[in-house]
Design a protein. Structure first.
Length: 47
């Protein structure tokens, strides 16, 4: 998996999951894997 694949997972699976719970606050914890901390991926988690 590369950073583009990771962004795709976030965009198509994680974000829709969050949207199912309006008003609920989630904490998204990174594990510092290389694909997770590349700058392009960071903006994807600013949800």
């Amino acid at each position: 998996m590369n950073s583009v694949d990771y962004q795709d997972v976030l965009r198509h699976h994680l974000v829709p999951y969050f949207q199912r719970f309006p008003g609920v606050s989630f904490t998204f914890q990174q594990d510092n894997a290389t694909i997770h901390v590349i700058n392009r991926s960071g903006s994807c988690t600013d949800y």
